[in-house]
Ligand binder design. Structure first.
Ligand code: AMP
Length: 401
């Protein structure tokens, strides 16, 4: 299934000279009360793609959504970000206060090689999220080439992210999308072994599809975070007040059984940091994970687990990391996540390929400064989660078809 993605069109296979490229970017950036951009990550991430087209002699028409407006609403206007985009790109970006109609067509037609035009928020039209064909077709008529670089919305079948692709003969992924896809393929399709996956976070139920999808691909599956307790209780352990999903215990046992059949090694924590309350100021102790006293809950992996799991991670040649080892938002329960992050960083330094992504994992990685010590940090929470679950995203399928 992954090889679908692997042979995807990249920008290097497209001629941009004297062409107009319509580039779907993800400029859904946070704004403060004065409409200043407070985090430019997503704009910076699109720079490679835009600059490359300009350097090759093309013109760029940028389109994006911003927030969740109900119809036209100045609060969500992309006019607020024009200066920021201009300064990041080092090009004076033109702006047009609509994304369809005659004025837009004229502005697009007048665009010269080396110039950049930003269209108004696509979600001012409900046709965008509805995946409306006429809306997609109207957008497509503005340019010669379609480039999708909006990984953050690639799991949505919207007009500008998926439907539009059918109206172009020349279409490709932008560099950011290509990097996301290649990184995932390195893990899922062509991993150097051993391949270790670290799955953490709160619930088995939200990670179960990922577990099922990767169980026969990985050599080592490390299960940490709140999820681990359902596996321990299912095997007869006492977990006190720890997070548990009783209705997922059967499933946990079946996963353990399947892992045995597939020769996948499952690693669960052996000890945990316990607390008498779900709070930063709770009284803490250490307990065996299957012998947590009544009234106590496990909120992080313990010192023995850190050592054992670190050892698995530093020996891996490919690592996938999704979800924290404990309640990392509270300092006393962040040490497990930091220890695993250190191990991923060490393995990466020694030549392993490490991919972090899906859901909120990226927040933990950034908070503890591991961002530049791993091989790749995915920019799309929901999109990466769905890829890890084995889905082919509409935004990716549309380019490949
Ligand atoms: P997820 O979005 O599924 O990756 O879950 C992330 C959340 O899981 C974080 O907010 C953590 O605080 C939480 N979490 C991790 N370990 C535990 C635990 N042992 N008990 C309760 N919540 C946890």
């Amino acid at each position: 299934m992954w090889s679908h993605n692997f042979f995807a069109m990249t920008m290097n296979q497209i001629e941009f000279k004297n062409k107009k490229a319509l580039v779907r970017v993800d400029f859904n950036v946070p704004l403060d009360e004065h409409f200043n951009v407070t985090d430019t990550t997503r704009i910076v991430a699109a720079k490679d793609t835009i600059s490359d087209i300009l350097e090759k002699g093309g013109a760029v028409i940028l389109m994006s959504h911003l927030g969740r407006p109900k119809g036209k609403d100045d609060q969500f206007s992309l006019s607020h970000i024009v200066d920021t985009v201009s300064s990041i790109l080092g090009v004076s970006v033109k702006f047009i206060d609509d994304c369809k109609g005659e004025a837009v067509e004229n502005a697009a037609a007048a665009l010269q090689p080396g110039e950049v035009l930003l269209l108004e928020n696509l979600r001012f039209y409900e046709e965008e999220e509805a995946g409306d064909h006429a809306f997609a077709k109207a957008l497509s008529q503005l340019a010669d080439v379609y480039v999708n670089d909006a990984f953050g919305t690639a799991h949505r079948a919207h007009a500008s992210t998926a439907v539009i692709a059918q109206y172009f003969d020349n279409k490709c992924f932008g560099h950011l999308m290509s990097r996301e896809i290649e990184s995932l393929n390195k893990v899922m399709d062509t991993p150097e072994r051993p391949l270790a996956a670290i799955l953490g976070g709160a619930k088995v139920s939200s990670k179960i599809t990922i577990i099922e999808n990767i169980l026969d691909k990985v050599d080592d599956l490390i299960i940490v975070g709140g999820m681990a307790y359902t596996f321990i209780k299912a095997q007869g352990g006492s977990i006190g007040n720890s997070l548990v999903e009783d209705d997922k215990m059967e499933l946990a046992l079946s996963i353990m059984e399947q892992a045995k059949e597939k020769n996948t090694r499952i690693h669960l924590p052996v000890d945990v940091i316990t607390a008498n309350d779900f709070s930063e100021n709770a009284t803490r102790d250490v307990a065996a994970i299957d012998n947590i006293p009544d009234g106590w809950m496990g909120l992080d992996i313990g010192p023995k687990s850190r050592e054992i799991l670190k050892n698995v991670i530093v020996n891996a040649k490919t690592i996938l990391w999704n979800g924290p080892a404990g309640v990392f938002e509270m300092e006393p329960f962040a040490h497990g996540t930091i220890a695993l992050g250190d191990a991923v960083a060490e393995a990466t330094k020694n030549g392993a390929f490490s991919l972090v992504g899906g859901g909120d994992s990226v927040a933990a990685v950034k908070q503890f400064g591991f961002e530049h010590k791993v091989s790749y940090v995915s920019t799309g929470g929901g999109a990466m989660l769905e890829m890890l679950e084995g889905s082919i995203l509409p935004g990716i399928a549309a380019i490949n078809d």
